[in-house]
Structures are given as structure tokens and as C-alpha cells.
Design a protein around this ligand. Structure first.
Ligand SMILES: [Zn+2]
Length: 128
């Protein structure tokens, strides 16, 4: 039986993606939000005109099953969160790239038929 044979270029791309995946480190989904807030103390500088709000405070939010989860991030952890979130974005990009590459290889392989990929890609796919 014939197997799929990626080109040299495709093999190199696959190796590059794998290497980057292996060295990526921790990955956290969600976003970091900067918050400036007003407190409840009347006469505080945050109620002045113009107001000097408290903060910045950092919040990490993520949607899980339609619900938004929020967590206060201590200042000393903000840099870590930023890195983890950036890693997560990169991870998604790399996975998408690897999937596209694999699909191209599969399409070029023996036994692939145009009719099999006539279905357009779904646009309703949501990223968790
Ligand atoms: Zn205040």
C-alpha cells in the first residue's frame, strides 16, 4: 500500500512546528484586563474632579461553557500571565499551521479524491 510522502519542504515545516511546540512552555487561555476602579470612600481622590482612579489592577478572564470566569492577578504574577497567554495564542497558531500542513500532505497523497474535500470548512467553529 502506498503511503503519504511529504516533500522535503513540508517535512522541514513539520519539524520546525514540532520543535517550537516542544519549547513553548506553559500556556494559558483567556485574556488579561487592566482595571482602574472607584472605591466606596466619599472624598477619596477617585471621586475628585478629575478623578484619580485606583489601580491598575489586573484581571484574568476566560469563558468556560458560556460563563466568564474572572480572577484577580497579583502584580507580581502579571508578567507570568502575559507570557502564558502569549504562549497559548502561539500554541493555537502552531496547531492550526500543523493541521493545514497535514491536510495539504493528505490531499497530495495517493488515493485522495477531490470529491472528498468538496465540503467547505465550517465557519461556525468556536475557539474555546
Ligand atoms: Zn478611592
Amino acid at each position: 500500500m502506498d503511503s503519504v510522502s511529504p516533500t522535503r519542504r513540508q517535512q522541514a515545516r513539520s519539524a520546525r512546528i514540532s520543535a517550537e511546540l516542544a519549547s513553548l512552555g506553559l500556556a494559558l487561555p483567556g485574556t488579561l484586563i487592566e482595571r482602574h476602579v472607584r472605591c466606596g470612600k466619599p472624598g477619596c481622590r477617585c471621586h475628585a474632579d478629575p478623578p484619580a482612579l485606583h489601580g491598575p489592577y489586573w484581571q484574568w478572564t476566560r469563558k468556560v461553557a458560556g460563563k466568564t470566569i474572572t480572577r484577580l492577578v497579583p502584580d507580581e504574577q502579571v508578567a507570568d500571565y502575559r507570557q502564558w497567554i502569549a504562549n497559548d495564542r502561539r500554541l493555537r497558531d502552531l496547531v492550526a499551521e500543523l493541521e493545514a500542513l497535514t491536510l495539504a500532505i493528505a490531499d497530495a497523497g495517493p488515493g485522495s479524491r477531490r470529491g472528498l474535500r468538496s465540503k467547505p470548512p465550517s465557519t461556525s467553529q468556536s475557539i474555546p
